[in-house]
Design a protein around this ligand. Sequence first.
Ligand SMILES: [Zn+2]
Length: 235
Amino acid sequence: MWEKANQKLLSRSKLSTKYQKHQSKYPLSGKLYCKKHNCSYVRKIKHYKNKNDEIYWYCGNFHKIGRKDCAIPYVKEQFIYEILISTLKKYEIYKNEICEELIKLYNSHSKIEKSDKTKTELQNELIKLKSKKNRLLDLAIDGILNKKELITKKTIIENKINQINAELKKMERNNLKIQNQNNYNKNLKKHILKELTITKANIESYIEELLDKIIIEEKTETTNPNENFKIKLTL
Ligand SMILES: [Zn+2]
């Protein structure tokens, strides 16, 4: 289940447009099944005089045949959500792992070139080149280099200096990029972790994007009448 959930979460961004197209009216629409009758549940709102409306899901067969034939003719939506939250919460232990994978995936396209030399190495090279350039003039004054040789050597050294300066600038830009990306990742992680923490607030999107089928089954070994059913999930 974990593998499948992970795959779904990873492909979520790619599929989000597709999901939107296929989105049903309600998160549970077409997903709740009565195990006994192999039919789906339909949504109904019950209105009360003295309390808030309550959403129920009724076994499709119950409508035709009546209560006696269906063990779980209807379930409160709130109970289904509560069971789903506690069931899915078991997978939250993987949320750090999922988060890392998502961030890796997110960053995989933004590759930052790494220089094979360190900043200090480049700076040291620069110092050496500059003193070499200064020495050239002495060599020319001493008559060791003629004017043509001086210009050639000077040009070579200056080109090298320019190259290193350019590399240092690039390095600085990259460092800034890395820093920005790290900050961005930190925020991203915070948001992803929040999103991966299953609560009442986001359980509906988990149902929509993660679950294909929620099968309602009679639970015989229970004392609590509100928990007379159990669920089986299909991803
Ligand atoms: Zn039924």
